[in-house]
Every structure is written in C-alpha cells, then in structure tokens.
Design a protein around this ligand. Structure first.
Ligand SMILES: Cc1ncc(COP(=O)(O)O)c(C=O)c1O
Length: 378
C-alpha cells in the first residue's frame, strides 16, 4: 500500500515463470502484437506507436522526452511535484531549454497559468504529470491544457505512471501526443517493461529530427525497427517482463478498463472515507483527489517516520512518507491495481490507527471502519 510497486497479481507472477523463447521467435512476435494491442486498449488510443520500453518508468519517460525535445527546443514543465523536476533534468540533458509553469506542491496546474506560460515562452513541448505520486494530486482539465498547447503548435507529453490502468486517462480523446507509464503501479506488474504511446504527429517529429537523439538505446527511430513492421533486432527484449506485462494487460481487458477505474474509485473512496472518519485529513481537495495515491495528512505531534516504521514492523505493511515540500506532512498510501481491494483497506486502517494511537494521537479507528464499510456498501 505504498507509492509502488503494488502487489503483483498471481497470474502475472505465474506468467513470469514461462520458459523463454527468442526475442524474434514467431511465437514471441505474436505476444508482441498482443501486448501492443492491449496497451492501446489501456491507453485508450489507436496510436500505432505503442510499445513497452525496456526499463522502468524513467526509461519510457526518457524515451518520450529525449526523442521529442531537440537541442534548442523549449520544454514547459510543472513545478508542483517531484516528477516535474525529473522532466526538467531529462529535457536539459536532451539539449532543451526549460521553462516552468508554477503551482504549489499538493495542487494541480491552473489552465490560466498554463495559458500565460505559453503566451510568454512559446514552448515546443509541454509536459505535465497526470497523477503526481509525490503529492497525491490528479491533474484535472487535461483537454483544456492540451488545447492550449495545440493552439501554440506544441506537443503534449503526459506522465501517466500512477494512473494508467487505474484512473481514467484518455490519450486520443484528450489530445495527448505522447504518454508514458510504468507497469508497477495500477497495472500490478513488476518493473521492467514500461508503456509508451506516441501519435503520428509526435512520431513525425521523432523521425524528422535533424540530429539523432543522444541515447542510442532509447532512440525511437531505431526501436521502430523492432516494434514496428520489420521486427528486426535492436536489443534483446526483456522477454520475461514482456510476458508479465502481457498478462497484466490481459487482466485489465478482462476486468474492462472502465470497471477497473470504477473499482479504484470505490476501494480508494472507502480508504478515504475511513481515514477521514478516523479523524485524519487528506491533503488534496476532493476535486483533484487521486484514488491510486492517497496523501493523508500527518496529525500534529505525530512523527511520520515512526508511524511508517510501526506499520511495517507490526503489520508487514508498506506505506510511505512525503517528499520534498511535503516531507513529514503526509503519509502516501497507495491503492493500485491488485492492491486496490477492500481487505487491504481494512488492514491499512487497523495498522495505521494502531500506529497513530501508539503515539497518543486522537484518532477513532472504529469510526473509520464504519465509514469504510458504508462506503463499500454504497
Ligand atoms: C509520476 C511518476 N513518474 C515517473 C516515475 C519514474 O518511474 P520509475 O521509478 O519506474 O523509473 C515514477 C515512479 O514512481 C512516478 O511516480
């Protein structure tokens, strides 16, 4: 129940014990096709360029930014969380100039500020984080943000690491040009092969770059040879991770993406109702609450680190503390993928309630359970 990795589904673990075949074996090529089709389903896109990048979420992030930002380009990045900062580092390493759109940690971007930043800086690429794992904030108004960017002829890159497969995200309908994610959050799959999708407009830019991207490994114009029509060798795919993500995406399709979003809302909603009734607050306002990552305010007088250690030691349960501007102020409680189950919420309320009571905090776990049960029964 931390910020990821989430519990891996047993079917995914089982798929990972499948014997290896070669990365160009005809049976593996069928699996590649299936993974790409299931990934399109999960991203809600028809984008041809939809692939698992070898590596963790940061690899698909760097594949998106490193290929779309050319030396001399300007990229607009947010300052309202940890991962906007990582976008900035990657854009700079790609030779780009970085400009900012500001919002405090714990708040989403305001479209009016995005509009002002576009008018002032005319960026070529705009990056935003749909689900900020460091703050538990979901960025609302995404279609408004993308239309501002497109009015200024810029490409939009979305970080969906903590939302894909758990929180509604619509690549095509919302006008996203490139989106990247990670498998270890709402897809409940071990890290190692990370979803990425680009539309034709974005891929046209990649294929018409004046100089090649600085990373050979993540150069999408080369990876296209393997994941595109040719199926020719670029690097040895992480076969076992591809088996894993195929099974994880099959689970998404079996449940149905909309039903899966609804399950995350329902189960995390019960978690939210439970901690609130227990006497704790959530950091983000309800309008931008992120079901997959709940930022619970640490009550006055409580040492967050000691409470986190308590639940790990006594309940073998992982939750995390805040980062950056929110360090010490919030607990970060994940509710992702296979971990988003009512029994986990109940366990979390027991463990956290006890950890807080051990420090003399004024909390009411019984009221929390009652509210959780009511929310689950609604
Ligand atoms: C929002 C967000 N973006 C990017 C990443 C980077 O992913 P990884 O740690 O898998 O490289 C993470 C990881 O937690 C994340 O939460």
């Amino acid at each position: 129940m931390g910020p990821g990795p989430s519990d891996v589904h047993p079917r995914v673990l089982r798929a990972m014990s499948t014997p290896l075949v070669g990365h160009l074996d005809p049976s593996f090529i069928d699996i590649m096709n299936e993974v790409q089709e299931l990934m399109r389903y999960t991203f809600r896109t028809d984008n041809k360029w939809t692939i698992p990048v070898s590596g963790t979420g940061s690899a698909s992030m760097e594949a998106a930014i490193g290929n779309l930002v050319e030396p001399g380009d300007t990229m607009l990045v947010p300052t309202n969380g940890y991962f906007g900062g990582r976008m900035e580092s990657m854009a700079e390493r790609a030779g780009g100039e970085v400009v900012h759109v500001d919002a405090p940690w714990g708040e989403p971007l305001d479209p009016a500020d995005v509009q002002d930043a576009f008018d002032e800086h005319q960026p070529d690429v705009f990056g935003f984080v749909h689900a900020e794992t460091s703050t538990g904030v979901k960025q609302p108004d995404v279609p408004e943000l993308t239309s501002i960017a497109h009015d200024h002829d810029a490409l939009v890159v979305a970080d969906t690491v903590t939302s894909l497969g758990g929180v509604e995200f619509e690549v095509d309908d919302w006008g996203i040009d490139a989106a990247y994610s990670g498998p270890q959050k709402c897809l409940s799959c071990p890290p190692g092969a990370s979803p990425l999708t680009l539309n034709d407009r974005a891929m046209d830019k990649v294929l018409s770059r004046e100089e090649p991207t600085r990373s050979w490994y993540l150069d999408l114009s080369l990876l296209e040879g393997y994941w595109g029509d040719d199926r020719s060798y670029h690097h040895t795919a992480p076969i076992t991770n591809v088996y894993a993500i195929r099974e994880a995406l099959r689970l998404v399709a079996e449940e149905g993406i909309e039903a899966r979003w609804a399950r995350h809302r329902r189960v995390a909603g019960a978690l939210k109702a439970g901690v609130e009734a227990m006497g704790l607050g959530l950091n983000p306002e309800d309008d931008y609450w992120l079901p997959s990552l709940n930022a619970v305010l640490v009550p006055d007088g409580v040492d967050a680190g000691a409470a986190i250690d308590y639940v790990l030691e006594h309940y073998d349960l992982e939750i995390a503390g805040g980062l950056g501007a929110l360090a010490g102020d919030i607990f970060r409680v994940g509710c992702m993928g296979h971990s988003a189950r009512p029994e986990n919420v109940s366990f979390l309320l027991t463990a956290l309630g006890e950890a807080l009571e051990a420090q003399g905090a004024d909390v009411d776990p019984e009221a929390g359970f009652a509210a959780m049960r009511e929310a689950l029964n609604q």
